[in-house]
Design a protein around this ligand. Structure first.
Ligand code: BES
Ligand code: MN
Ligand code: ZN
Length: 501
């Protein structure tokens, strides 16, 4: 999708569809009391206002968030159609809702065969922020995962014009940045969407290499020999059970003029399929474990965006990619493994494999000179129990890092929630025969998984994002398809940018 800025008046635009936002100006509690919504167009253009006046006054609309109405041949406008999308209550309307409104507009229009449209930035939100939200939200809405359907229509919006007022070059650079971020999020979603027979560790490595060559990043992909040579005993313990060779993917962004420190390390879990290993998972729903490389795909998408946005900070992306399989070579419950850091691990459950591969990924990142670490992983079912599908889990040993990721979440319009990693929880992963065990018992499973990772981050400022509940949309929403969400890409891009002087 191409995004351009127009600063001309919306009514003079010739386009297949013009999209404008409707807001409800009644008190936020009023609709609960049976009161009528007070609908107003969030655009000052008089022709646009009069074209929508009758519909808004009709009493037919609820004004609820994401309600859509399509008018043909709107009087007084050059546009062929006018699509009104509700942003909900005006008092609660922010860039977060605007992203969803834009995604909804894209999904409404593209299924009708429309390929280009114009979106009028709503009054009430800063113009640059609006442009970002619209372009990001539209890109997210434009993605559909039905690649392997013979009847795939591949309906896509090709061209978006954002109608705004203000400094055109500033608005254009906001659109350009948002376009890069939205495309990178979709790049991640493409990787996650592939089934495991089409996204092996080797293929994931190839895709990373190709992307890196395109955007000018250094990239190295190592196989089993190097992983063993580096003494990555935890990573290898998972990889040893599979006939597919593992891949250790290292992407480096080292821009001229960046300070020596900090160096950010982005470490992703890249389990291209998680059967559970010898502690095998039940068959029901196992097919979804193709998305167990979403953390790794997230980091590859973030590196893409960073390479194109060029913030002045060094970033290293690391993905530990392997399958988790049962076989005659597979590790068994009770096995003791020595991680790259030298710590010994008693493997109680071979299905707790993500923390094993990340343990070595985090240690290796430190060895490569990373001063700050972030990992992303579909790590536990327990985080879904704790937070459901609407928030990813944040775990960190550093309050400043928390503030940074929290601000990044707000900028990016993504929801994450902090959970504790207090030392008390460490008791749950104490082993009687090794330094630690890879499971922590029934309670607080997302936390004990994070405690395990914390043992390998040690004193380095570190954030762990558990995206098991958010990386996959269980059902379609008006603004986004069912399937891989790419959630965490935008936040991590903002997080990286926040270090740029
Ligand atoms: N990949 C899973 C976690 C997961 C669950 C991701 C649901 C997405 C949706 C992970 O490797 C796993 O199997 N975790 C176990 C850990 C347990 C054995 C301690 C879990 O959560 O059950
Ligand atoms: Mn598992
Ligand atoms: Zn897993």
């Amino acid at each position: 999708m191409k995004s351009t800025i127009s600063i001309s008046s919306p009514s003079s635009l010739e386009t297949d569809a013009l999209v404008a936002v409707v807001l409800d100006h009644s008190e936020p509690s009023a609709s609960n009391n049976g009161q009528k919504p007070q609908l107003k167009l969030a655009a000052s253009d008089p022709a646009l206002q009069s074209a929508s006046a009758d519909l808004l006054a009709s009493g037919e609309l609820t004004g609820k968030l994401l309600e859509t109405n399509l008018l043909h041949k709107p009087t007084g406008l050059k546009a062929k159609r006018l699509l009104l999308v509700s942003g909900g209550n005006a008092k609660k309307f922010s860039a977060y809702e605007l992203r969803r409104v834009a995604g909804t507009a894209v999904r409404t229009l593209k299924s009708r065969g429309i390929r280009s449209f114009a979106f009028v930035t709503p009054s009430g939100i800063d113009a640059e922020e609006s442009v970002r939200a619209i372009v990001e939200g539209a890109n997210v809405g434009n993605f559909d995962p039905d690649y392997y359907r013979s009847d795939r229509k591949d309906q896509k919006i090709d061209e978006l014009t954002v109608v705004a007022s203000g400094d055109k070059s500033k608005l254009e650079s906001a659109a350009r940045e948002a376009q890069i971020i939205g495309e990178s999020q979709n790049f991640t979603r493409d990787l996650v969407n592939e089934p495991s027979n089409r996204m092996t560790p080797t293929i994931l490595g190839d895709r990373a290499k190709k992307m890196c060559a395109e955007v000018g990043l250094k990239c190295e992909v190592y196989g089993p020999e190097k992983i063993k040579e580096l003494k990555m005993g935890a990573f290898w313990s998972v990889a040893q059970g599979s006939d597919e060779p593992p891949a250790l993917i290292i992407m480096k962004y080292e821009p001229a003029g960046a300070p020596e420190k900090p160096v950010l390390g982005l470490v992703g879990k890249g389990i291209t399929f998680d059967t559970g290993g010898i502690s095998i998972k039940p068959a029901d729903g196992m097919e979804k474990m193709k998305y167990d490389m979403a953390g790794g795909a997230t980091m590859i998408g973030v590196m893409r965006a960073v390479a194109l946005l060029k913030p002045k900070i060094k970033v290293i992306g690391i993905v530990c990619a392997t399958e988790n399989m049962p076989s005659g070579h597979a590790q068994k419950p009770g096995d003791v493994q020595i991680a790259m850091s030298g710590k010994s691990i008693e493997v109680i459950n071979t299905d707790a494999e993500g923390r094993l591969v990340l343990a070595d990924g985090l240690h290796y990142a430190k060895q490569l000179g990373c001063s700050h670490l972030v990992d992303a992983a579909t790590l536990t079912g327990a985080v879904v129990v704790a937070l459901g599908y609407n928030n990813a889990g944040i775990f960190t040993n550093d309050d400043e890092m928390y503030e940074r990721i929290h601000r990044a979440n707000e900028k990016a319009g993504e929801k994450m929630w902090r959970l504790p990693v207090d030392d008390e929880y460490k008791e749950q992963i104490r082993s009687s025969i090794a330094d630690i065990m890879n499971t922590g018992g029934r309670w607080g499973g997302a936390i004990t998984a994070a405690m395990f990772l914390k043992e390998f981050a040690e004193d380095t400022p570190w954030i762990h994002l558990d995206i098991a509940g958010t990386a996959w949309m269980e059902e379609q929403k008006p603004w986004i398809a069912k399937g891989p969400s790419g959630i965490a890409v935008r936040s991590l891009v903002e997080f990286v940018k926040s270090f740029s002087p």
